[in-house]
Design a protein around this ligand. Structure first.
Ligand code: AGP
Length: 680
């Protein structure tokens, strides 16, 4: 989930003044979008040449690179003025020639080793008559977060075009092979560079960037928002989107593009929604929208932005946590995107040899907090599909209890941040004992996947709120993919069985959206329970770790004592806690699945209701058996037992978030907590 900004408008300042409206607008927009991803940033402008400056790391690194070229550019401009006074030849254009990246030596020295900085980028910005710029902050998917993998990416045999991209191009491998055979030179590991060269080749054939974008998007599969500028069409930005966001901002004599309105809300409140598979051509004084078949869109959806910057960054939600809860349908779709290719599941970096996977005799999941609850959910699935024992261990316990680990143990380390020290130390210990380690992680380039033997990334985008929500669902889904991959490699499931399960899994995002769209009931319940001092959560099978996760959410952001139990454990002690009015969430499995589970939960609800509990039941649509014993019934769509955990947790996330918000607490930064616990 990257941040994208585009601008077309008047040039500001004079050639001598280093600042430039296109540059300033795009840098400010990127700063507003940095929460969307921050492992590299870059900008491209057009001035006879396409000029690109990009740096790994945070946005400040890009600013430093531009300042370095700025200083150099001013010196160059001064030198030119002196030279001009001496009637020498005109300013040498330090052309940034694409893949060759020829750049002024001094600028490269000024820019420092490892930077990809165009020598006269800043100076050119003062004179570019095009008045366009595109920029990007990256949340790495394909390709590690390096300068070369940073966006913008150049396209064309002469670097005549630049592209920024948000999304995942599923068929990039075959397109890359075709383009390479056609003489295009690739310098990065990214799928985005493929789009850049494909677009450039289409411009060679059509002579027009908009027409070329049409032809290009017809060849791409997957999700993308693309912004492109071309040397031969200064003053024009062309963009396209599919399954990834794009909005256009309408200014006076200038126009803007962005991943969301936060990119340009400082400059204009008037915006256009760009629909699926539409292409937009933007100049300083025109915005033209067409469908992929070329037909004009006469009246694109116009809207007025009612948010300020802070609200825009949260998508209009009161907190990043609320925003991230409501992003979960799309986030999960991104986790699953492109994973099953020709019936074979694809993992990410540095796969472990299949022969090793066939030899393992035990899986140990290590994690902390919410990640550990995700691990506890997937235990049921992996044991069911692969018939391998799965132990779920809290990393800080595993590390110091002298666990039994051999070279036949597969360790699955789950960590959103990839930096949790407890989990990292457990990974190191497991590897010292000879185990193979697969990291399930959301943060590319972080320590745990770097020290693992293989990695599977979540692709849910950066999770800003301390309380983990979309990453939790992503962790479960990624571990399901791993379980199916193991079943495929070890022959436990036939390809058609895997395909059927994957089809079910790919139907989950739509079901998540239905739960999110139907959240009013649980929001009202939360608002009515602001004075609660204790809430219990019960579940069986995958409902048990779901109960644990619901309790954790309430504890960590609403500061209310909460406890999750295995429902079968009630009569072994916890039922003593039940008194008149005690609120208890009960997660009820599908009546169509393991019906013994369902009937047991009904009995548990009766037991606590008889003792005065207030029963808050989460049950499948159409399950009438719960009605006589439930004070509230919160419905989720029907799905297979193993996948119910991806749905039943959502009302519990919303409940905790809404209750903490109603109490006026800092939902995103709860007291005593950090997003990544990098100490043991
Ligand atoms: C969950 O809401 C918490 N933020 C916390 O339990 C978190 O899941 C745990 O610290 C593990 O973090 P990680 O996934 O980054 O390793």
């Amino acid at each position: 989930m990257c941040g994208i900004v585009g601008y077309a408008g008047p040039q500001a300042a004079s050639p001598q003044a280093p600042s430039s409206r296109p540059l300033d607008v795009v840098l400010q927009g990127l700063a507003r979008l940095e929460y969307r991803g921050y492992d590299s940033a870059g900008i491209a402008v057009v001035d006879e040449q396409v000029r690109v400056t990009k740096r790994s790391g945070k946005l400040k690194n890009l600013r430093e690179a531009l300042e370095a070229t700025d200083t150099d550019a001013r010196q160059t401009a001064d030198a030119r003025q002196t030279a001009d006074a001496g009637q020498t030849t005109g300013a040498e254009q330090v052309a940034d020639t694409g893949a060759g990246m020829a750049a002024d030596t001094r600028a490269r020295q000024a820019a420092g080793a490892g930077q990809v900085a165009d020598a006269a980028t800043k100076q050119a910005l003062g004179t570019t008559h095009g008045g366009v710029a595109i920029g990007h902050t990256r949340w790495a998917t394909h390709g590690a977060p390096t300068d070369t993998n940073a966006h913008p990416h150049r396209g064309g045999r002469d670097g005549e075009l630049a592209v920024v991209h948000n999304g995942i191009i599923e068929n990039f491998a075959q397109l890359r092979a075709d383009l390479a055979a056609d003489g295009f030179v690739f310098v990065s590991e990214t799928d985005s560079e493929v789009a850049a060269h494909l677009l450039a080749r289409e411009v060679e054939q059509t002579g027009d960037l908009t027409e070329a974008m049409r032809a290009t998007t017809a060849r791409l599969e997957g999700a993308f928002t693309l912004l492109a500028v071309h040397r031969d069409q200064p003053g024009t930005v062309v963009a396209a989107r599919r399954n990834s966001p794009l909005v256009v901002g309408l200014g006076e004599g200038e126009n803007f593009l962005g991943s969301d309105v936060a990119a340009f809300v400082d400059s204009t409140k008037e915006a256009l929604e760009i629909d699926q598979d539409q292409i937009v051509t933007v100049t300083a004084d025109s915005v033209r929208v067409i469908e992929t078949d070329g037909t004009e869109v006469p009246d694109p959806k116009r809207f007025r932005i009612e948010w300020d910057v802070a609200a825009a960054q949260k998508g209009g939600y009161p907190s990043f946590m609320a925003k991230e809860i409501h992003e979960q349908a799309g986030a999960l779709a991104d986790t699953l995107l492109g994973r099953l290719v020709d019936g074979t599941l694809q993992l990410d970096e540095r796969d472990i040899d299949e022969s090793v996977l066939r030899s393992i005799d035990k899986i140990v999941v290590i994690a902390c907090g919410t990640a550990a609850n995700a691990g506890a959910v997937v235990k049921y699935a992996i044991e069911h599909w692969c018939r391998i024992p799965v132990e779920v261990e809290l990393a800080h316990e595993f590390r110091y209890r002298d666990p039994v680990v051999t070279e036949k143990t597969l360790v699955v380390a789950i960590s959103q941040s990839g930096e949790t020290m407890d989990t990292l130390m457990a990974v190191r210990h497991a590897r010292e004992q000879g185990a193979k380690v697969i990291a399930i992680c959301n943060t590319r380039g972080s320590t745990i996947p770097r020290e693992a033997d293989a990695a599977l990334y979540l692709y849910v985008g950066p999770e800003i709120a301390v309380a983990s929500t979309k990453a939790y669902l992503g962790q479960i889904a990624a571990c399901y993919l791993l379980g199916l991959y193991l079943a495929q490699v070890r022959g436990n499931l036939f390809p058609e069985e895997i395909a059927e399960i994957m089809e079910d899994l790919q139907s989950i995002p739509e079901k998540i959206q239905r739960v999110l769209d139907d959240s009013a009931q649980v929001e009202q319940l939360a608002q009515s329970m602001q004075d609660a001092t204790s809430v219990l959560f019960l579940g069986r099978h995958v409902g048990y770790p779901t109960a644990m996760e619901g309790a954790l959410k309430l504890k960590e952001i609403a500061y209310i004592h909460a406890e999750g139990f295995a429902a079968g454990e009630l009569k072994h002690g916890p039922i003593a806690l039940i008194e008149e009015g005690q609120p208890v969430f009960v997660i009820v499995p599908s009546p169509r699945g393991r019906d013994v589970l369902h009937s047991k939960l009904i009995s548990n609800i009766q037991e606590i209701r008889a003792r005065g509990a207030r029963t808050l039941v989460i049950a499948e649509e159409g399950d009438e058996d719960v009605l006589p014993y439930a004070d509230e019934v919160i419905r989720v769509p029907a799905t297979r037992t193993l996948f119910a955990a991806l749905l039943t947790v959502i009302p519990l996330q919303i409940f905790a978030c809404e209750l903490a918000t109603a109490k006026g607490l800092d939902v995103d930064q709860p007291r005593n907590l950090a997003k990544s616990v990098t100490v043991e």
